[in-house]
Design a protein. Sequence first.
Length: 148
Amino acid sequence: MYKFILLFLFVSISAATYAQMITDTVSNNVFVVKDSRIDLLAKKKAEINKKAADARRPTKGFRIQVLNTTDRTQALAAKSKLLAQYPEHKTYLLYQAPYFKLRIGNFVERNEADDLKKELAKMFPTGVFIIPSDIEYKAPPEKEEIQE
């Protein structure tokens, strides 16, 4: 009786595992059944990635160099002062041995940078310069079309 139960379990498990495989008996191909929404999700993800890449593309522009020093603590203090005073502008602390260079802003036009340069010259009397640079240009948002 024990051998009969063991044989029955072995045959039923073998049949169950064979039932999981869907094969074409002529060409021995395996068919994959997938949800059609997977293609839609992949397409939507590609669109989102493209928009994200286009939204913040590097372009030629201007930044304002506020400080050029060998003292790291002075550069960090100036950076925190700029972040507190001008939170709408991004600051950049660059290290080009042996100097720390503190820059602010992403300006497409030089005259936009001039306005801020005049304000910054009062805070940093040692010299404020407009530097041509590759900037992070954030394109204006496009109106999305509603698909029905």
